[in-house]
Design a protein around this ligand. Structure first.
Ligand SMILES: Nc1nc2c(ncn2[C@@H]2O[C@H](COP(=O)(O)OP(=O)(O)OP(=O)(O)O)[C@@H](O)[C@H]2O)c(=O)[nH]1
Ligand SMILES: [Zn+2]
Length: 351
């Protein structure tokens, strides 16, 4: 382990430590080990922070998979002891890899779903992001950006609120720090937030406004101790002045829908409740007799657009997940094949 510097975190609480994690420690662990949080991730090491130091920890095969945002325990010699359970977890389908799932981040409290108030405003896309955030278990807040460019910003905000009465929605001008300050309501001390949304909606601009003048840039420049050269990697867990932390990794920006069924069902709980009243248990809510969902659409209680998006997201999710299970089955079969070939070749060699 290499120590890098003292941290700017005043206490573990400012780094996101809370009862959920504390409760996982036995009395013995409490006295013998101390918690650190993963703030950066590299190929063969992670950077961890406590209230007293920031350090690099080399990854070993014996360690579980860890990701930015994770909490783990170290012993007095700064050796890895164990990973703590996650309160929330974002993951994605790994492209072209043997491993199906890639963890993207852990222990995120709130996700700002950014959608711009221009021609790109799209309720379907908001529902898609809501499904991802609900699946991860984080609290969603819809941030409608570029409010300065749209005189009907509040009207659009109302449209989003109609998706779900309990949804938090704010219209902001990401370029204006005063406007962005209304989001501080969701960024209390130690709260970990992520910023999601399509390209160009204003995520970087929003992050910079939350952090103050180009703080992100300043933070990103650090010395690579190991190789003795300077690199400019973006820090993944960045403290926000006034409290809270932004978790920003490239992976968060390319997140897609797979194995997300529960998240979709939570996002569309209104449709789910109605579906329980359909005549047929396997009702597809198309043109079946006695469909309570179609009835609600005809009565104007549910938007047809919303129903169609719900069905589309479920279909897409089922397709992605099926591909995953097929891949898993194939991997298993391939493993068996290798084993059999190996056994046969041993036999032939007379071993
Ligand atoms: N007028 C106005 N312009 C904005 C606002 N937010 C972002 N912009 C502008 O929109 C453009 C894109 O903003 P970015 O912050 O780079 O968008 P992004 O979501 O980070 O984009 P990617 O990095 O591609 O994912 C920039 O030119 C910003 O200055 C806003 O609230 N109002
Ligand atoms: Zn139905």
């Amino acid at each position: 382990m290499q120590f890098k510097s003292l941290t700017g975190y005043k206490s573990l609480a400012t780094l996101g430590w809370r009862p959920f994690f504390q409760q996982q420690l036995t009395l013995e662990e409490y006295s013998l080990y101390f918690p650190v949080r993963v703030i950066e991730q590299h190929k063969s090491m992670i950077t961890v922070a406590s209230d007293a130091f920031v350090a690099n920890l080399d990854l070993q095969h014996s360690m579980p998979e860890m990701v930015v945002g994770d909490w783990l325990l170290l012993d007095r010699d700064n050796h890895f002891y164990r990973l703590l359970d996650r309160s929330t977890c974002f993951k994605r389908k790994a492209a072209g890899s043997r491993v199906d799932w890639q963890l993207i981040s852990a222990n995120v409290d709130t996700a700002f779903i950014v959608c711009s108030l221009n021609a790109n405003f799209n309720l379907n896309r908001i529902e898609r992001y809501l499904s991802l955030v609900n699946e991860a278990g984080a609290q969603p807040v819809v941030v409608l950006s570029k409010s300065d460019l749209n005189p009907s910003a509040q009207e659009f905000a109302s449209q989003v609120r109609r998706l779900d009465n309990s949804l938090c929605v704010e219209a902001v001008n990401c370029l204006d720090r005063d406007s962005v300050s209304k989001l501080h309501h969701w960024i209390g001390e130690g709260e970990t937030i992520v910023v999601l949304g399509s390209s160009g909606v204003g995520k970087s601009t929003l992050i910079n406004s939350l952090l103050g003048t180009n703080q992100q840039k300043t933070n990103s420049i650090r010395k690579d101790d190991e190789k003795g050269r300077h690199t400019t990697t973006r820090r993944s867990l960045i403290p926000i002045p006034g409290g809270g932390l932004i978790l920003d990794t490239p992976g968060m920006r390319a997140i897609q829908l797979a194995d997300c069924r529960d998240g979709i069902l939570t996002t569309f709980s209104d449709i789910e409740e109605l579906a329980a009243r359909c005549r047929y248990r396997d009702c597809q809510h198309q043109s079946e007799p006695g469909c309570a969902v179609q009835k609600a659409v005809e009565a104007g209680e549910i938007d047809r657009r919303r129903l169609e998006n719900y069905l589309k997201l479920l279909k897409e999710e089922a397709f992605n997940s099926a591909t995953l299970s097929e891949k898993r089955a194939k991997d298993k079969a391939l493993g068996k094949f290798y084993k059999r070939t190996l056994t046969e070749s041993y036999k032939q060699k007379g071993r």
